[in-house]
Design a protein. Structure first.
Length: 734
């Protein structure tokens, strides 16, 4: 199977996206999802059964444009979006310039009490034909700027797949043709027909819908601001040093192995490793943390991060689509282009919605025509109102806009959510399982206690010659390393060497001539006691432990507040695991678990009916991350873990775990609100437009107000989704 993203042009509502998706999924060997908001189709297909070109041609036969998106610079994308919005606003202004006088001419003669000024030569009582022809002349430019509603709408009708444009085209065309018919009646002497002109209805409807489309385009542009910010961070050029000569080249020409020079205030162009210089780099675009990170020779640097102080040289190691930034952008694009399961309901409804509305409008029009004894004007009002008020746009926008804003909000703050399904599932999590080493703890031994006088530097001098990880902790903690000779490692016991003429031993209690009980209190705290003797005289204890991250306790406390149970899984011994769990407040400990058995432990929790999130950082966590309902990988972890996870925590801060769940809950709540209003709007609006209230003496809905309501419904859904931009986690992380 191959995967490909296509850019789709010409979609106007959920009926469009549902139709394309339905058509593609009927093809053997094809699985497709179409996103109205991003105007993208994500297609998986078997090249042995169908070609990509055949899929593009199938989409084009439906009346839409399709192409493989070309790589573009962010400024080109932004320019294209601004041009689209400018065109829509221009069309609206032109349409409004003609519809306002049209509306005035049509309505002013009816408002006698106001005595509005009105040209005597257009008085419908004395010059009805002139009155009708002026209205016709004013409506034609409006129809012209709204031509797309007709070309797309009627084409969709002919292909038996009507969309929102079809509703607009049918309603306004009916109004214009009925008015043209009455204009001929006037020309033939039937002056009473001047009271049955609907030119202003068609003109104002098109104007209001163009206004709605303009506002919608602006709002949709704002939903993808997060990814635009990420794309805008990438520098366009790089300074490369070749044979001691520096030259600036386009970023596309940088090759792996090139020596890149970055000066203070410039952004890193590609990923690599520092080979010369020291600096501090602002990596907030990757991690969300504002504090710059010190960099020296051997340290990794990432594209788009900001060099703040010194000049450095680094060797390019990852370029183009392989950089960390490019991978993040792809993750966010994939997430925003995907669909949450909750979207399926809206898609199913949208697929039959427009044909159903056409049927309801026709039935209502015919019923009122018969019921009023042949009042065509009244029946036409009902027909147009039902067609215009129905809005599949609101349904189609309800889910993808919220997902785009939610995933974008996470990305801005170092929480990469890989898809709509992950975003939806996260709100159901009731159990979080943490890996211990490198997740709850720092993942490296650290000296925590020194009991004894002047023993740390001596012990570290011996351990300097050892390769044991615990010994490295002593070396890192020492203030001075002295020369050591006659080094010897005694298997299972410890190490010994001569330092400053003294025999120093470091290791087990028996090896150093000490009593095991001396270290029991430290062992109960999950620490490893190293006993030290000098010239065979017991000198004291140095305790080493994999220390708990500062954020662990706060994160677990927050999860408890949210009603989430917390478990820890580790291959460590039970006593050490219990000590860590007690310190941070973990509910359930799964200790001495082999790496290959971690996924089985997750499965057992799921068998209890739990929705499980697994949080880990290592290769050995990858199966468990994939097995869990939601896998969350620590950003500082391995690539394998990050690929296996549904959510990546770039800041490596466990407080982002409850934040991710809170963000999911807020997004799903927003989607449900959007769907409620979208469904509710149509459930209430269509019967009113069909004249149900009028049966009981209520008012009849004017098609102009129906058009305004339809436009506002889409804008209201988008506005509600944009409220997610103000999301604040209760823990204060976002």
């Amino acid at each position: 199977m191959e995967s490909q993203v296509l850019s789709i042009r010409g979609m106007t509502c959920a009926a469009c996206s549902a139709r394309i998706e339905r058509t593609l999924n009927k093809i053997e060997g094809v699985s497709a999802t179409v996103n109205l908001t991003t105007e993208r189709a994500r297609i998986e297909f078997n090249p042995a059964e169908v070609t990509l070109q055949a899929l593009i041609e199938r989409i084009e036969k439906l009346g839409y444009g399709a192409e493989v998106p070309k790589p573009k610079a962010e400024d080109a994308d932004a320019l294209a979006k601004r041009k689209e919005i400018k065109t829509l606003w221009t069309k609206f202004i032109v349409s409004a310039a003609f519809s306002l006088p049209l509306l005035y001419i049509a309505m002013a003669p009816m408002i006698d009490f106001a005595r509005l000024p009105f040209p005597a030569g257009l008085d419908p009582m004395h010059f009805p034909l002139r009155y009708a022809l002026v209205e016709l002349a004013l409506v034609l430019p409006i129809i012209g700027v709204g031509y797309r509603f007709y070309t797309v709408g009627f084409k969709a009708l002919l292909l038996r797949s009507p969309n929102m444009d079809s509703l607009i085209a049918l309603g306004t065309t009916a109004a214009v043709l009925y008015s043209v018919y009455n204009t001929f009646q006037i020309a033939g002497g039937g002056f009473a027909a001047a009271e049955s002109l609907y030119f202003e209805t068609a003109g104002v409807i098109v104007t209001l819908i163009l206004l709605g489309k303009s506002l919608e385009a602006v709002s949709k542009g704002r939903t993808s601001e997060a990814i635009k910010k990420l794309m805008g961070l990438a520098p366009k050029t790089a300074i490369v040093s070749q044979n001691g000569v520096e030259r600036e080249i386009p970023i596309e020409e940088v090759e792996i192995g090139d020596i890149v020079v970055v000066k203070p205030g410039a952004r890193i162009p590609v990923d690599g490793s520092v080979i010369f210089g020291n600096t501090a780099i602002d990596e907030s675009m990757l991690t969300g943390e504002s504090m710059p990170v010190d960099k020296k020779a051997g340290d990794a640097v990432y594209a788009a991060s900001l060099n703040t102080t010194g000049t450095i040289q680094f060797r390019a190691e990852k370029i183009g689509a392989d950089t960390a930034l490019a991978r993040i952008i792809k993750l966010v694009e994939d997430a925003q282009g995907g669909k949450a399961p909750i979207a399926a309901l809206a898609d199913r409804v949208s697929g039959v919605f427009v044909p159903a509305v056409c049927g309801i409008a026709s039935l209502a029009g015919v019923a009122w025509f018969i019921g009023t004894g042949g009042d065509a004007k009244f029946a036409l009002t009902i027909f147009i109102s039902v067609l215009v008020i129905a809005c599949p746009c609101a349904l189609g926008l309800a889910t993808p806009t919220a997902i785009m804003v939610g995933t974008g909000k996470g990305a801005e703050n170092g929480i990469l959510i890989k898809g709509g399904e992950a975003l939806e599932t996260a709100h159901k999590i009731d159990t979080v399982v943490f890996d211990k080493t490198g997740t709850i703890t720092e993942g490296k031994p650290t000296v925590t206690d020194v009991i004894g006088n002047d023993i740390l530097n001596l012990a570290a001098s011996v351990e300097k010659l050892s390769e044991h990880p615990l010994g490295l902790a002593l070396v890192n903690a020492a203030s001075e390393i002295r020369p050591a000779t006659e080094f010897q490692s005694v298997t299972g016991m410890g190490v010994r060497a001569v330092v400053d003429g003294k025999l120093v031993k470091v290791g087990r209690a028996a090896f150093a001539g000490a009593d095991d009980k001396e270290g029991d209190a430290l062992a109960e705290q999950g620490k490893t006691p190293l006993f030290v003797s000098i010239d065979d005289v017991y000198g004291g204890i140095i305790a080493v432990a994999d220390v708990v991250k500062p954020s662990s306790e706060a994160a677990i406390g927050k999860l408890h507040e949210m009603g989430v149970e917390v478990a820890m899984i580790t291959g460590d011994n039970g006593r050490t695991a219990a000590a860590i769990a007690k310190r941070v407040g973990i509910d359930r400990v799964l200790a001495e678990v082999l790496p290959q058995d971690k996924s089985d432990e997750v499965r057992k929790l799921q068998a209890e009916g739990r929705k499980v999130a697994m949080v880990g950082d290592g290769i050995n966590d990858a199966p468990a991350l994939a097995r869990a309902d939601i896998g969350m990988a620590i950003g500082s972890g391995t690539d394998v873990a990050m690929e296996s996870a549904d959510i990546v925590l770039m800041r490596s801060d466990l407080r982002d775990v409850p934040t991710a769940i809170e963000l999911s809950r807020a997004t799903i709540r927003n989607i449900k609100q959007n769907l409620f209003w979208a469904f509710g709007y149509n459930v209430i609006g269509i019967p009113i437009a069909a004249g149900v209230l009028h049966l009981f003496g209520g008012p009849l809905l004017n098609p102009i107000f129906a058009a305004a309501a339809m436009s506002l419904s889409s804008v209201s859904v988008l506005t509600n989704a944009l409220r997610l931009k103000r999301f604040k986690a209760s823990g204060g992380r976002i």
